[in-house]
Structures are given as C-alpha cells and as structure tokens.
Design a binder for this molecule. Structure first.
Ligand code: AMP
Length: 282
C-alpha cells in the first residue's frame, strides 16, 4: 500500500486511475484504525477498483477545549491494517497543505447539524463538511464510505453531496461493536479499564430503549428518553450529554416513536466523550 502525502502526488494517482477506467472508493478517517474503519475499507474494496483511505486529523472540526492534540495516531499500524483490508493508497495530507495561510472557505449544511452533537460542538460539522468536500475534490471518488456510528455526520454528508450536486455516491456501513456491545471508536483508547466497563452503558441504554419500543410497545418519546436517562444515570462514571429520539431521515423532532426513528446519545465517561445510536423501524 502506497502512502501519499503531497496533494499533487495524490492528484497524479487519481488521474492515472481515471485514465485506466478504474473506479475510486474513498474511506475518510482520522486514523488509529479499528474494525469500524476496516469494515468500510472492505466494502470499498469489494465495490471499487482503487481504494483510497485518507488519514487526517482535521483540526477545524475540533473545538478549542477538545482533544485535537491528544487524538491517538499510529500511522505504521494504520498502514498495515488498511492494506490487509484491501486499501490501495493511504492519503495523509499535512495540515499546512490542507489549510494554508489565507484559507477562508467553509461548507455548512443547515438544519441537520443544529441538534444532537451540533448543539454541543459548535463548528464541528462545518469542519467535517469542509474537509470532506476538500477530500472529494482531491480524490474524485465514485463512492465514499461512512459509518452509521456517526449517524448525524452520515446524513449531513449525504445532504451536502446531494445539495451541491457532487458526483459521488455516499454509502453508509453499519455500526461495528465489540462483543460486549461497545461501539468501536479511536477514542476508546482513552478509557481506563473501569471506564471501559462503564462505557457499556451506552449500548445497554440503547438496547433497553429498543426493547421498550419493540417489546413493550411504548411509543411515547418522553418515556423512552427517560429510560435512557435512568440507565445512564445508574452508571456512576457516566454523565449524559444528550439522549435524543428523532426522525431517522432528517433528525426532526417527533411526537411519537413511529416510522424510521433514530435514538442517539452522547455520554461522557470520565473526560472521554462517546457517542452511539440505534435506528428503529416502528
Ligand atoms: P473517524 O476516524 O472516527 O473520523 O471515523 C472515520 C469513519 O469511520 C466515519 O465514517 C465513522 O463513522 C466510521 N466509523 C468509526 N467507528 C465506527 C464503528 N464502530 N462502526 C462503523 N463505522 C465507524
């Protein structure tokens, strides 16, 4: 697997692939790759001729007091894992090349980015859509692969691609979990053993909410939300940031749990912020 740092070299590789009539699949990541990322690389590899995995810890999607500096990085290991999963090219641009002095252009998707994580991380989605737009322009992928783990991000990117007539198909892969239900995340590496045990509360709360709807036929939004609050409240190391039950297609408010419903939550375990979600069809 080839590592490409320079934007011009990347453009050269893209040009070569296009000339050979090859399709390009892009998997954008911030690195420290795990099975969640690799499942997307495998999908890309089964669909596209050339699989580009980008590894870029994007400074403009982090808030001032967030973990940009501390975000885990291990390029050697990423390279090996991505290669084994079917990646062809790892694109690792430098921050100074992505955002040179004088940089002034940002992409913003309205409405979808206002609630859930957007309400607690101002500027986060603006940073995400901007960097993904840049990656799309550089890599010119036929398909781009994102994870349902970041449900709001996936919907936002789909909206951006459609609204701005981008010539790319956005695909979304399922949430990949550990055996005990904890969703894989690069940030799980911050957790102490006790915190890692406490992190199970996210999936436990989602599963209880799902059972309340599917088994007990409880369709009142407030009651389902309360069930999540109670479950997270019972875990001493956890602090709930939000639990939302919204329309799964556009994240709008719903008056009852019916149709395509997204249950999403963000929880702080110690100082580590984790998110998870579940889609219900009711
Ligand atoms: P990140 O490196 O955290 O920015 O994630 C890069 C991509 O991998 C995003 O599209 C994420 O949604 C996806 N991803 C991260 N964790 C998981 C997971 N546990 N299951 C599925 N996709 C994931």
């Amino acid at each position: 697997m080839q590592i490409v740092r320079e934007l011009d070299d990347l453009r050269g590789e893209v040009k070569k692939a296009k000339k050979e009539g090859k399709s390009i699949g892009l998997v954008p990541t911030m690195g420290f790759l795990h099975e969640g990322h690799l499942s997307l690389v495998r999908s890309a590899s089964s669909q596209d001729d050339v699989v580009v995995v980008s590894v870029f810890v994007n400074p403009i999607q982090f808030g001032e007091n967030e973990d940009y500096e501390d975000y885990p990085r291990d390029l050697e290991s990423d390279l090996q894992k991505a290669r084994e999963a079917g990646g062809d090219l790892m694109f690792c641009p430098r921050v100074a090349d992505m955002y040179p002095p004088g940089y002034a252009t940002f992409v913003e998707v309205e409405r979808l980015t206002e609630g859930l994580c957007g309400a607690n991380r101002p500027g986060h989605f603006r940073g995400v859509t901007t960097v993904v737009n840049k990656l799309f322009n550089l890599v010119e992928p036929d398909r781009a692969y994102f994870g349902q783990k970041d449900a709001q991000q996936a919907l936002t990117i789909k909206r951006m691609a459609e609204d701005l007539n981008m010539n790319v198909e956005v695909r979304v892969g399922p949430v990949i979990r550990e055996e005990d239900g904890v969703a894989l995340s690069s940030r799980n590496s911050y957790l102490s053993p006790e915190e890692r045990r406490a992190a199970r509360v996210l999936y436990r709360a989602l599963s209880k909410a799902r059972d309340l709807v599917y088994i007990d036929k409880e369709y009142r939004v407030e009651t389902v939300r309360q069930c999540i609050e109670d479950e997270v409240g019972g875990e001493p190391l956890a602090q709930l940031e939000y639990a939302e039950i919204v329309n799964g297609d556009d994240l709008s408010s719903i008056s009852e749990v019916k149709g395509n419903v997204l249950i999403a939550l963000a929880v702080k375990i110690g100082s580590t912020r984790l998110i998870d979600n579940m889609l219900l069809e009711v």
